[in-house]
Design a binder for this molecule. Structure first.
Ligand SMILES: O=c1ccn([C@@H]2O[C@H](COP(=O)(O)OP(=O)(O)O[C@H]3O[C@H](CO)[C@H](O)[C@H](O)[C@H]3O)[C@@H](O)[C@H]2O)c(=O)[nH]1
Length: 612
């Protein structure tokens, strides 16, 4: 091996080792280094590895160990493609993997929010909605289809009715914004499966499509895929029929290939549509977020916009992250909740999925409401035909990971769509308050009661209470005096009980329209229920202590100006095990005892007022 002096001479560098000035212990030992070792040392210093030498003693002490160190560095350098330099650089990129991405953070009711809502409503007439509703809802364990569940029990309207009424309200409001009017009907696609298709059709048909034109609604049924019995991908026979291959759902990612092959996307494009909005079966708050989120897509020009809410660590909701590939490409993508913790631990975050100083995970929670820009979406699907990257999630019997507990299958998720997009794609997200935008019904009462304290229950109980809370907070923000909630426990879940305020989407499509109809001298007590069905109902001095239901045709302008008091509706506790109650009621843990109410119907056009 050449001496240090020889090395210096060979490299034509001055003996003073100026390049190592930042690391005096190394500089003092340069004479020990062979020419290739000098190069390696320079590379290490350049890559921020100065700490490797900081403890080096004077020459003459541990020289063998110092040479041994470089022998190892040489081996590490030659055994990795591209050398140790590439290894360090790749590692830096991968460690940056789970960096928090940036998106639009909206504050309900401020000027920005109000103007985004206006922009979104304007765009809505160029949109199409797609509901993925093929899931069985195994975690909830409800026998029927989830979209048939009441969104809240004060009116008893089911999720599907609320979704359809919301889309129709958007359609009407959006068309009104066009000077010469417009006749567009916003298309509504529902993805079903064999588990949900027949019941979904029945629900629609027996309710006259909840006011939507039947031709506006299209059902696309996803098929199941073959189950796998073992790691060799041997197809599994159905345990109940040995002449049948067992099948299971492939996941909500199927929606992209179904839309592609249906021809609907091209049809929408030819009609001048620009946006496709995807949403899931049971989020009763979702449409509070649609106008402003669509406004973000339109004003930011996002090809992909995912709606998100602040996320508690370990919450069963995917985290939106910015992943960096070894080649430097980055993407904003959902990392599913069961993957996020291991991914973080493997990339230099020893605490895994943990809350930061805000009390929330740094990764916003994906609520799986995606807004895709139609043009780029079609272009991408022409390449992929809607195929979405798949994953497999077998549950093994033991750590040898050979036998499965039960058969598995390949799955795919709709939010993985951006994974195949080119780096030039504009992928963003929009964060809104959870109280405003997200309250799904996914967990059965037993599991919900076991959710760690502080994390959301995602149950029928919390889903309904969230509606009342959101509506109360929106009315408060609009100036009304809404009483504070009381805390109560249903099916083992402690929740806030706000006044039971609900309205039809035509009444309160966006904050501006609520504000215009609510005056600050109105009040609602905690034990009250208020139902507003009608576009032109104004709270002008209403003071409600009891239950009031107002039904009015559009042409009737109704002012609520008086004090209304009655015995009202009382919330009664119901145990989820009490089979004398209907399942829809049991799973929420309460029912309304309707003792007394004032119900008023305005069926004549003109000005009316409900006064004392
Ligand atoms: O094969 C399927 C499976 C599911 N679904 C539908 O897809 C939606 C979502 O299903 P789940 O509610 O079971 O989904 P998860 O709770 O497992 O998770 C999803 O919803 C979460 C938010 O609610 C997070 O966004 C998460 O990242 C996302 O994968 C539902 O409307 C369901 O009906 C289908 O249409 N077909």
């Amino acid at each position: 091996m050449a001496s240090g002096a020889d090395a210096a001479a060979a490299l034509g560098i001055s003996g003073d080792g100026e390049w190592a000035a930042a690391c005096p212990p190394l500089r003092r030992n340069l004479q020990l280094l062979a020419p290739d070792e000098v190069e390696l040392a320079k590379m290490l210093l350049n890559e921020g590895q100065i700490h490797l030498f900081e403890h080096w003693p004077e020459p003459g002490v541990d020289d063998d160990k110092k040479r041994g160190f470089f022998d190892q560095v040489r081996r590490l350098n030659s055994s990795y493609p591209g050398g140790l330099l590439s290894y360090i650089q790749n590692a830096k990129k991968l460690l940056a993997d789970s960096k928090v991405p940036s998106g639009e953070v909206l504050n309900f009711g401020d000027d920005n929010f109000v103007s985004l809502e206006a922009a979104g409503i304007k765009e809505a007439r160029n949109a199409a909605f797609v509901l993925v509703a093929g899931g069985l809802g195994e975690r909830l364990g409800y026998k029927g289809i989830k979209v048939a569940l009441p969104r809240e029990t004060t009116t008893g309207k089911c999720f599907l009715q609320h979704y359809i009424e919301s889309i129709l309200a958007l359609q009407e409001a959006s068309c009104k914004m066009v000077d010469d009017g417009c006749q567009t009907k916003i298309p509504f696609v529902i993805m079903t499966s064999d588990d949900t298709n027949a019941l979904t059709i029945k629900l629609l048909e027996s309710n006259s499509y909840f006011g939507m034109e039947p031709s506006q609604v299209k059902l696309l049924k996803q098929e199941k895929v073959a189950c796998l019995a073992d790691n060799d991908a041997r197809l599994a026979l159905d345990p109940s029929d040995k002449y049948k291959i067992q099948t299971k759902p492939h996941g909500h990612g199927d929606v992209h290939s179904l839309l592609y092959s249906s021809g609907l996307l091209e049809q929408w494009k030819s009609e001048g549509r620009k946006w496709v909005l995807f949403f899931q079966d049971t989020n009763g708050l979702l449409f509070n977020a649609i106008p402003s989120a669509l406004g973000v897509s339109a004003t930011k020009g996002y090809n992909v916009n995912s709606l998100a809410v602040p996320r508690k660590a370990k919450e069963a909701i995917g985290g939106i992250t910015k992943l960096t590939h070894v080649d430097g490409r980055t993407m904003v993508i959902n990392v599913e909740y069961n993957q996020l913790d291991p991914l973080l631990r493997a990339t230099g975050h020893p605490d895994g999925d943990a809350n930061c100083e805000t009390g929330y995970s740094p990764y916003p929670g994906n609520i799986n409401q995606l807004i895709l820009e139609l043009g780029p979406y079609i272009e991408e699907l022409k390449k992929t035909h809607g195929a979405i990257s798949e994953f497999v999630n077998p549950k093994y019997t033991d750590s040898t990971k050979t036998a499965f507990k039960s058969s598995t299958r390949l799955e795919c998720m709709m939010q993985d769509y951006p994974k195949t997009l080119p780096p030039s794609a504009k992928v963003g997200f929009t964060v809104m308050d959870t109280w405003l935008a997200y309250a799904p019904v996914k967990n059965n009462p037993e599991d919900a009661a076991k959710v760690p304290k502080g994390n959301p229950y995602h149950s029928a109980t919390s889903g309904e209470m969230a509606i009342y809370r959101a509506n109360s907070l929106i009315l408060r923000k609009a100036g009304a005096q809404i009483a504070d909630p009381v805390v109560d426990t249903f099916n083992g879940q402690e929740v806030e009980v706000w006044p039971r305020i609900t309205w039809s989407p035509r009444w309160g499509l966006n904050f501006k329209s609520v504000k215009e109809k609510v005056h600050d001298n109105s009040s609602v007590s905690q034990r009250s229920a208020l139902v507003i069905n009608g576009q032109n109902v104004f709270l002008e001095g209403l003071s409600l202590d009891g239950t009031l239901i107002v039904n009015a045709i559009d042409e009737a302008e109704v002012k609520l100006t008086s004090h209304v008091q009655n015995k009202g509706w009382i919330i009664q506790h119901v145990d989820y095990k009490d089979t004398s109650e209907k399942e829809e009621i049991r799973i929420r843990g309460f029912k309304l005892e309707k003792i007394e109410q004032l119900e008023v119907n305005y069926t004549e056009p003109g000005k009316h007022s409900l006064s004392a």
